[in-house]
Design a protein around this ligand. Structure first.
Ligand code: SAM
Ligand code: SF4
Length: 330
């Protein structure tokens, strides 16, 4: 079988697919409050197109898919799409990233499908702060989803974007959740992908500052062995049931073992989170490309994957990193 391998020998096995650019929340670090440009419906990949792209990639060695967005559950029939993906025998893992506000009623259904894990985004455990961050008063629904997911057979990770001057005082509260709950909390460095929303950064909260804060609070922080391609460095507090990790999304110290590609909701192929889209698959498909032609273009595009996120960013030239994560697929 032809595989997707880049010129640095990294094999691509993981696709992050954004199923929509729409969202029911307006997180400050992701979107401006108003005026986000959502694309016309016909500009979005159809489920049929997404299914085909995933199938072709899975024949080239991709065995893990993350469905994200925008908020995947705002797209009509998303659950049916998940079900159809579950039938792809080449996929070992199907995971979802969601803000959780709309999913409680779907959890039972997800448990019956081949869904492995849900990453739930929750940046504060305080209702008012949560409202301030997301600009929507939906903390009770999201926290209910957290509790329902804990009881389910789905693996659960929490995504917490660390925002200077906003939620850094909750790092320890999040770690305390792992005392009794079998959950993995992952602290993410904030990146400038915010749809040109103005962000005033008072202090840089990077990997080093986050781990230093945690180490100064706890005596017994244990390092965990992570998969080579893991995006997070992982730890636990001795005798706690859950664990926590830090994702150096902005300082980009994880590129050497990258195994990921992204496809945006409009069908842009991204070799790296920090590139500005290297190939338009939607047009290629809509112009009648065969599966074989698709495979060839995927193989040759992946071969050009930049060595790391800094090079990908530099290759953008004057087109600076400012698009919303909701259009990229986080
Ligand atoms: N709407 C879903 C959600 O929030 O989980 C899925 C899409 S969202 C773009 C995926 C992840 O990207 C979320 O965990 C979100 O917190 C994260 N994210 C969005 N903008 C970010 C930024 N500027 N820096 C770091 N992480 C960001
Ligand atoms: Fe929506 Fe997720 Fe972006 Fe928040 S982070 S605005 S929930 S897409």
């Amino acid at each position: 079988m032809n595989k997707l391998v880049d010129k640095y020998g990294r094999q691509i096995t993981y696709l992050r697919l954004a199923v929509t650019d729409r969202c029911n929340l307006r997180c400050q670090y992701c979107m401006p409050a108003h005026g986000i440009d959502i694309v016309k419906r016909q500009e979005l990949l159809t489920y049929k197109e997404m299914y085909r792209i995933t199938r072709v990639l899975s024949e080239l060695g991709v065995d893990k898919v993350r469905l994200t967005g925008g908020e995947p559950f705002v797209r009509k029939d998303f659950v049916n799409f998940l079900e159809s993906l579950s039938f792809n025998k080449n996929l070992k893992e199907i995971n979802i990233t969601t803000n959780g506000a709309l999913i409680s009623k779907h959890i039972e259904g997800l448990e019956k499908m081949k869904i492995n894990a849900v990453n739930l985004s929750i940046d504060s455990l305080n209702r008012e702060k949560f409202f301030e961050i997301t600009r929507r008063d939906v903390f009770p629904q999201v926290f209910q989803t957290y509790q329902d997911l804990l009881k389910s057979n789905l693996k659960l990770k929490l995504n917490v974007v660390i925002q200077s001057g906003v939620n850094t005082n909750e790092i320890i509260d999040f770690i305390e959740l792992t005392k009794e709950d079998k959950v993995s909390v992952r602290f993410i460095e904030e990146m400038p992908f915010n749809g040109k929303g103005i962000r005033e950064v008072k202090e840089v909260w990077n990997y080093n500052k986050i781990i230093k804060t945690i180490n100064s609070h706890y005596d017994q922080v244990e390092s965990l062995v992570s998969k080579k391609s893991s995006t997070s460095k992982n730890f636990k507090i001795k005798d706690y049931k859950g664990s926590f990790g830090i994702i150096p999304a902005f300082t980009r110290t994880i590129c050497t073992d990258c195994n990921r590609i992204r496809i945006t909701a409009t069908g842009l192929f991204k070799n790296c989170l920090f590139d500005d889209g290297v190939f338009n698959i939607k047009e290629f498909i809509r112009n009648g490309a065969s599966d074989e032609e698709l495979k060839q273009i995927f193989i040759s595009t992946v071969h050009k994957k930049p060595k790391n996120g800094f090079i990908a960013e530099a290759n953008r030239g004057s087109n600076s990193v400012s698009e919303s994560m909701s259009t990229i697929g986080g």
